[in-house]
Design a protein around this ligand. Structure first.
Ligand code: NAD
Length: 491
């Protein structure tokens, strides 16, 4: 591994506190890689509890004036932010591809989804309204207003560097809260760019702060008495940890966790039109989506055709550097994660699943050091196998044939995760049954990636979500506000 200290071109990132970029008090650093090239492109400081405290102090100071700023003025900041994001749209997408590895088209799609959150949050003057009723008793009126909570924090995962923070930031600040963001230490570069742009939008210092780092920053956020609410997105184990630790400290928490998504194919499905959608669900973003298909469950006669088409589709993908034209699947995030995914493929073979397409030996000639795993297809997988149970978070499709729709639903129900699921069918009745009984709370009917738009709630169930109010949409407004009821009588 190259010595970063000896490479002046590799920058150490700063934190953004009180309206300025400042050095972290870190003594440890995390190397950020371009996963397609395998080279170090930055260093994330692993900030300390003292850095978190400095950010919370700045956010606390900024809160009273920001809370009292009229909501439409707060929304104007987001209109300006949206305009800046549009101006720099391609630049941000390119940074996402460089730090994460997904293709440029995938990055563009994710940045677009992020911007949509700012657009929805601009509706706060309507969305934040309360309710009222006069004469609840003789001469007595009652009204409800929504008020911001105070300092709120969000902790992001690596897989959507530009988008996931936007599920929270616009909703938090437009409702009058101040904010501390912790990006994933693996992909801090697009957030730095976005905060730079936000700084140009007349946002008072301290309203948005960014602290780079890893688990110490997360734990400091959970524990800090000055933080009122925490939004988390990441793996189930950490989501559970954050939920328990931060609620124990008296905070409001929404923690979105990992996934194992079942994609069911009925014998009547139009596979000619669906296979591209299904393939995209499993292999888009190299399988590193919380909504990615993982278990492909063909029912009855659908097995043979689904399997054969999946194999052909997997083989047709062009693996390489997502920044290059024509590439349809990029690398996974890190050398470590590559090893983890390869380990799962080995495990699938040793546990008796039938390996139909083997991505273990995929090499990209002009990117010999990239973290590539080729599209992989297993058949005859059961949920008792490790690959049928664990979230692999890589380009591995596990086909698990069953006889009936009830069996498919039962299979899904038996899994502790319940993020997203899809059914491919021509039958309205089957789709209705499936949607009604699905444990996952994001359901696609002939849709492979059931991602709710910014004006709908995003989040799963069971071990995929801890909390009650989900991300963005009206839930975002609810999460970041408290309802105050005033009952009044005038003599
Ligand atoms: P992760 O859980 O490893 O990390 C998420 C965040 O937690 C990061 O900011 C990281 O610094 C921090 N963290 C990591 N380990 C920690 C620990 N032991 N203690 C405290 N903090 C810790 O997740 P990831 O690998 O960055 O992201 C992939 C995961 O996120 C997948 O499981 C995926 O399904 C999930 N995800 C879920 C959703 C959803 O909507 N449910 C969306 C995106 C990603």
């Amino acid at each position: 591994m190259p010595d970063v200290a000896a490479r002046p071109d590799v920058q150490t990132l700063d934190n953004f506190i009180g309206g300025r970029w400042v050095k972290a008090r870190a003594t440890d650093f995390f190397d950020v890689h371009n996963p397609a090239v395998g080279e170090i492109i930055g260093r994330t400081p692993l900030s300390t509890a003292a850095d978190v405290d400095a950010a919370v102090q700045a956010a606390t100071q900024a809160f009273p004036a920001w809370r009292d700023t009229p909501v439409n003025t707060r929304a104007q900041v987001l209109y300006k932010f949206k305009a800046r994001l549009e101006e720099h749209f391609d630049e941000i997408a390119r940074i996402v591809t460089i730090e994460h590895g997904k293709t440029l088209d995938e990055s563009r799609g994710s940045v677009r989804r992020g911007i949509e959150c700012a657009e929805v949050a601009c509706g706060a003057p309507s969305l934040m309204q309360g309710v009222g009723l006069e004469d609840i008793s003789a001469g007595i009126d009652c009204h409800v207003v929504r008020q911001p909570l105070g300092v709120c924090a969000a902790i992001a995962p690596f897989n959507f560097p530009a988008m996931v923070p936007m599920w929270f930031l616009p909703f938090a600040i437009v409702t009058g809260n101040t904010f501390v963001l912790k990006p994933s230490e693996q992909v801090p570069l697009s957030q730095r760019k976005m905060v730079d742009l936000l700084q140009q939008c007349d946002l008072p210092p301290g309203v948005v702060n960014l602290v780079n780092g890893g688990r110490d920053v997360v734990d400091a956020i959970c524990d800090h008495p000055g933080i009122r609410a925490v939004s988390f997105v990441g793996s189930t184990a950490v989501a559970k940890h954050v939920y328990q630790r931060a609620t124990h400290a008296g905070k409001r928490v929404q923690a979105l966790g990992g996934a194992k998504n079942f994609v069911v194919v009925m014998p009547d499905a139009d596979l000619e039109r669906s296979i591209g959608i299904i393939t995209e669900s499993f292999y888009g973003c190299a399988g590193e989506r919380c909504l990615a298909g993982s278990m492909l469950v063909p029912i009855g006669d659908a097995h043979r055709e689904t399997r054969d088409r999946m194999v052909a589709a997997a083989k047709s993908l062009k693996v390489g550097d997502g920044a290059q034209p024509g590439i349809t699947m990029g690398p996974v995030i890190s050398a470590k994660h590559r090893e983890r995914v390869l380990g799962y493929i080995d495990k699938g073979v040793s546990e008796g699943a039938k390996l139909l397409v083997d991505g273990r030996h995929t090499r990209v000639a002009d990117r010999p050091n990239g973290f590539f795993v080729g599209p992989t297809v297993f058949d005859e997988v059961s949920t008792k196998m490790t690959i049928g149970r664990d979230e692999i978070f890589g380009p591995v499709a596990s086909i698990c044939p069953v006889k009936t729709l009830d069996e498919a639903i039962a299979l899904m129900k038996s899994h502790p995760n319940a993020n997203a699921t899809s059914i491919f069918t021509a039958s309205g009745k089957a789709a209705r049954e499936f949607s009604k009984h699905a444990t996952a709370s994001m359901v696609g009917v002939n849709i492979g990636v059931a991602a709710p738009m910014a004006y709908f709630p995003f989040g799963g169930a069971k071990d995929s979500f801890f909390g009650d109010l989900k991300a963005h949409g009206r839930d975002g407004i609810e999460f970041y506000t408290d309802k105050k009821v005033t009952i009044s009588r005038w003599f």
